[in-house]
Design a protein around this ligand. Structure first.
Ligand code: FES
Ligand code: FES
Length: 213
């Protein structure tokens, strides 16, 4: 190849890569910080083709979010890698640990086991959506601070979301009732007693109106 051929090939490669980048950002509706994950998601699921026909709107934390979603994509994946809501954790990624728990229409769900397409007409709340717009913590979040709960805290957002959902049904649980209610969440640090104390404090805060509900 001569210099002229090299220059033409460089120019074509540059245009292709810029076009792909722009298409990814528009269809992803993602924050700049999560743009890198967009391309990763496509590669992992073996999809890299048309994105326009997968654009959907989902309501997350009170906001309608336009996002490019693959048909087999889970809500946990969309939240973390398309919308940048990394407070939702991925532990087992197969409905065993509860780290990915979010509320869907006020009911706790494992977001790793919910297809994003199925929540289009529903309201999704993640741990990022619990505090007030002014930054006042939800009573259950405040309970964690009050009791200095959790060791590594990887499981924390899942436990908080499960507890917030449970308290909507039973705002005045016994310790045993709450333990049973959030038993679908696991803690690898085995810090269950302390976690339950923090969640019970959160329930108490909620009843007393401490912090934002
Ligand atoms: S990551 Fe969803 S249940 Fe473990
Ligand atoms: S505090 Fe570490 S996993 Fe629960």
């Amino acid at each position: 190849m001569n210099e002229k051929t090299d220059a033409i090939l460089d120019s074509i490669a540059d245009k292709i890569s810029r076009r792909n980048f722009i298409k990814g950002v528009i269809c992803g509706g993602a924050a700049v910080s999560s743009a890198g994950y967009l391309f990763r998601a496509g590669n992992i699921f073996g999809e890299s083709g048309s994105t326009g026909d997968r654009l959907i709107t989902i309501n997350v934390n009170g906001q309608d979010r336009r996002v490019d979603v693959m048909k087999q994509e889970t809500l946990a994946w969309t939240l973390r890698y398309k919308l940048g809501l990394t407070g939702t954790k991925l532990g087992c990624d197969r409905a065993e640990c509860g780290a990915c728990t979010v509320l869907i229409d006020d009911v706790p769900h494992y977001s790793c086991s919910v297809l994003t397409h199925t929540v289009r007409s529903k309201k999704v709340v993640t741990v990022e959506g619990l505090a007030s717009p002014e930054g006042r913590l939800h009573p259950v979040q405040q309970g964690v601070i009050d009791e200095q709960g959790f060791q590594c805290a990887f499981c924390m957002s899942g436990f908080i979301m499960a507890t917030v959902g449970f308290l909507k049904q039973n705002p005045n649980p016994t310790r045993a009732e709450l333990a049973h209610g959030i038993s679908g969440n696991l803690c690898r640090c085995q810090d269950y007693d302390k976690i339950l104390t923090a969640m019970m404090r959160g329930a108490e805060n909620l009843r007393k109106g401490n912090a934002h509900a």
